[in-house]
Design a binder for this molecule. Structure first.
Ligand SMILES: [Cu+2]
Length: 303
């Protein structure tokens, strides 16, 4: 990387710095990028679905780290870095989505970014959410010669927000977002959320959320997990954390990715949620229970 690139990256830190950079205690693992499907959570519908998943190998646990990024992922470029899709339109049957992260200047691509740090055991986390917030995917693409490839996903026709969440090696944590179109000419449908949904279940498990987000200060959201009505005492580590909570603002699709403040206490894991816009947000919580990653979804109104 040239000195110039480093400078550009440093300014990315200032602009897009998310609290996610606190993941430095995730030591690098041998969990490399060649097996993207092993920890792919798929929610193919409005409700939480059972997600078969994966033993995703060894992780060092960084108990007690906390991070909640301010909303991001709404811009495809920032301070010299840009996400470039191989194509913006896809068939539902498309096998692979490909993109690269590039340095650009004067509207020209200068170089591809190839040096990443692992965050939560992966160099790249991609979330795809349908604009109406009815489908959500969190996947880990494979890097080859500067190009990231996402294995095929069962996307339905419509518009999706794709957010690439990564850390430039030794520099900045960045979330870049862009939209993709699936199908010929899908209609533009946004989520019309008007009601909170504070409980979600998957199999024998159910989770309820307490707390509210605020437009001005950080707030705590507590998720209580029970199995057959009894609070659970343990959750399995997944991608180096006890839980992964991703929130989208229902109108702007602003993205926030959070991790629990500490371990599970009395069946509850707690997240610090940064300020959010007024209105409704949808939350996608992935937790690993009895060896299986499950997805739970919630709707909260921001106060
Ligand atoms: Cu996460």
């Amino acid at each position: 990387m040239s000195a110039k690139h480093s400078v550009m990256c440093l300014s990315v830190v200032a602009v897009l710095m998310s609290a996610c950079s606190s993941s430095s205690s995730d030591s690098p693992t041998t969990d490399s990028m060649n097996d993207p499907m092993t920890d792919q959570a798929v929610d193919a519908g409005q409700g939480a679905t059972d997600t078969t998943a994966p033993s995703d190998g060894e992780h060092k646990h960084d108990a007690g780290h906390t991070h909640g990024a301010a909303q991001s992922g709404s811009s495809s470029s920032a301070e010299g870095l840009e996400i470039v899709l191989e194509a913006t339109k896809w068939d539902s049957s498309s096998t692979n989505l490909k993109f690269s992260i590039v340095y650009f200047e004067d509207k020209k691509i200068i170089d591809e970014l190839v040096a990443y740090d692992e965050v939560h055991t992966k160099q790249m986390h991609v979330t795809l959410v349908k604009h109406d917030l009815s489908e959500y995917y969190h996947v880990h693409p494979v890097l080859s010669e500067g190009m990231w490839t996402i294995d095929s996903l069962p996307l339905s026709d419509g518009y999706y927000r794709l957010v690439a969440d990564f850390k430039v090696k030794d520099v900045a944590h960045v979330a870049l977002g862009t939209d993709i179109t699936v199908g010929g000419s899908p209609s533009m449908v946004m989520a019309r959320l008007s009601q909170e949904a504070r409980t979600s279940s998957s199999g024998n498990y159910s989770i309820s959320v307490a707390g509210n987000t605020d437009h001005s200060t950080d707030q705590l959201l507590s998720f209580t997990i029970s199995k057959d009505g009894v609070p659970v005492s343990t959750v399995d580590e997944y991608l180096g954390s006890n839980g992964h909570l991703v929130a989208y603002d229902s109108l702007s699709l602003g993205y926030t990715h959070m991790h629990p403040n500490a371990g599970i206490m009395d069946g509850t894991i707690t997240f610090k949620a940064p300020p959010a816009e007024h209105g409704f947000s949808k939350y996608f919580l992935e937790v690993k229970l009895d060896g299986k990653v499950r997805l739970f979804t919630f709707v909260l109104e921001n106060m």
